[in-house]
Design a protein around this ligand. Structure first.
Ligand code: 5AD
Ligand code: SF4
Length: 463
């Protein structure tokens, strides 16, 4: 899920012109990392727009460049540093009025160090400081110095801020429902960068989903670092799903990401009972060996995880699973690695997000364990995991041939405007000829072919 997602957009032309005319500045916003960051960038855009800034998708046109960053692995940070280097060079050589800001997890992790290491950064704002961005930009403009807010909050959920959905396809939207994480997995920097868990008031979430439906959206993905520990007052995560499902019955509902230790029977029953709650669960296992899971401080064993998958398949027949897997965690032996491959063969995920372990400063693993699996071994194990998953994904997709799925059309396929793409309830991407169908429509599609990543189909009828 860690990919560079440049989400850049102009707001409507009239507003931009007005703002330019009134001397207001234009912001270019680039987003790295997880879906939560994409959602946060929509909040940042809203805060800045309200303060009179214009947004631009062209960095060359920008007076302010903001990078919303990710700290989850070393290579994510390196990518941001390279990009920062590019903008700093521009500022130094030909554009000394350019303001550069670093937002999000890297800002939080590196704090003042970022200013020492990356000179010419004007604004540093952590994930709970986005309301303060206009003030930070003003302060740095007035003083000519860097302005910093890396305060984490126990309450901030941005519940009252209407996100500006500038990167969206108009069909599918992210809705943030909780922030932070209290789990403290040994490898993970997120609890340090995003702070303590807190949930957003349920009414505001249901209202946002309803408003999205009225705006033409047909799918929401509820976001949080650990959505199944959502709780606001007496409203639990299964209660929230139920409420959204009943309030907007023609809206598909997905969520990401969840933790196996909190995946309750009640939640599985909501999947079964609510037709618009998708029959798909992203359930990160991280590893297939119980001792490694204990070292990772995940709070479950491989047996517990297997039992959970079996229960889910019993309650929700046909449910699809994806997962996250880390190769080469501290002390991982070849036999332990083989346990991951065995678990994958047994569970047969439809998709896996796979990573090489990357030590993150301050985490439990960095403080107490040795990052002792050689890089080459990590790489080799990761390759084995990826190859196995590709073959399982292909076999799973081949089994779909001949079946009919309801596909929510998202837009043009990447390869051709004559074809559309959309996803099944089970989160598989399907490509089919356009005919007269349009984004936002539900279409029944018969699967006729596949690759390991995509299904190919022919429309049978619209719904
Ligand atoms: N090294 C490698 N992968 C990591 N993840 C989190 N922290 C690390 C790390 N230090 C992975 C986990 C998590 C996903 C979002 O990123 O698999 O579920
Ligand atoms: Fe990180 Fe674990 Fe929290 Fe996920 S549950 S964000 S892996 S600490």
């Amino acid at each position: 899920m860690q990919s560079t997602i440049p989400v850049l957009e102009d707001i409507d032309a009239a507003r931009v012109t007005r703002q330019e005319a009134s001397g207001h500045q234009r912001v270019y916003l680039e987003t790295y990392g997880c879906q939560m960051n994409v959602s946060d960038s929509e909040i940042v855009a809203s805060v800045l727009q309200k303060a009179g800034y214009g947004l631009t998708r062209d960095p060359e046109q920008a007076d302010v460049v903001l990078l919303n960053t990710c700290a989850i692995r070393e290579n994510a940070e390196q990518r941001v540093r390279r990009r920062l280097g590019h903008f700093r060079a521009r500022k130094r050589k030909r554009d000394r009025h350019l303001k550069i800001g670093v937002l999000g997890c890297m800002a939080e992790r590196l704090r003042y160090k970022l200013l020492e290491q990356e000179r010419l950064v004007d604004v540093v704002a952590g994930p709970d400081a986005y309301r303060d961005l206009p003030r930070l930009l003003d302060e740095s403009a007035e003083t000519g110095q860097s302005a910093v807010n890396i305060q984490l909050s126990r309450e901030e959920t941005y519940a009252d801020i209407a996100p500006v959905r500038y990167g969206s396809n108009g069909v599918s939207a992210f809705v943030s429902i909780m922030r932070g994480c209290d789990n403290m997995c040994a490898f993970c920097v997120v609890p340090f960068t995003r702070g303590r868990e807190r949930s957003r008031e349920a009414d505001t979430i249901v209202d946002e989903c309803q408003a999205l439906f009225e705006d033409g959206y047909r799918e929401v993905t509820l976001l949080g670092q650990n959505v199944n520990s959502y709780r606001h007052g007496t409203c639990s995560f299964p209660d929230l799903l139920n409420r959204i499902s009943l309030t907007v019955p023609a809206m598909r509902v997905r969520y990401s990401t969840s933790h196996p230790k909190d995946c309750s029977r009640e939640l599985l029953e909501v999947h079964r009972e609510c037709p618009n709650v998708c029959n798909y669960i992203h359930l990160p296992v991280q590893h297939g060996n119980s001792e490694v899971l204990e070292r990772m401080r995940r709070g479950y064993t491989a047996e517990h995880y297997r039992a959970l998958i079996a229960r889910a398949r019993e309650i929700c027949p046909g449910v699809s699973f994806s997962t996250d897997i880390i190769a080469g965690f501290c002390g991982e032996t070849e036999a332990e690695h083989q346990d991951t491959l065995d678990l994958m063969r047994e569970i047969r995920y439809d998709y896996a997000f796979t990573f090489m372990y990357s030590e993150r400063p301050d985490t439990y693993a960095a403080r107490k364990m040795r990052d002792d699996v050689p890089e080459a071994v990590k790489k080799h194990r990761l390759t084995e995991i990826i190859e196995l998953q590709n073959s399982i994904s292909l076999e799973n997709n081949q089994q779909e041939i001949g079946r009919i799925h309801t596909v929510l059309v998202e837009g043009n396929s990447r390869r051709s405007d004559r074809q559309l793409c959309g996803r099944t309830d089970t989160n598989k991407m399907v490509i089919f000829d356009r005919h007269h169908y349009v984004p936002g429509q539900y279409v029944r599609v018969r699967v006729t072919g596949c690759t390991s990543a995509t299904l190919l189909g022919v429309p049978v009828q619209a719904i």
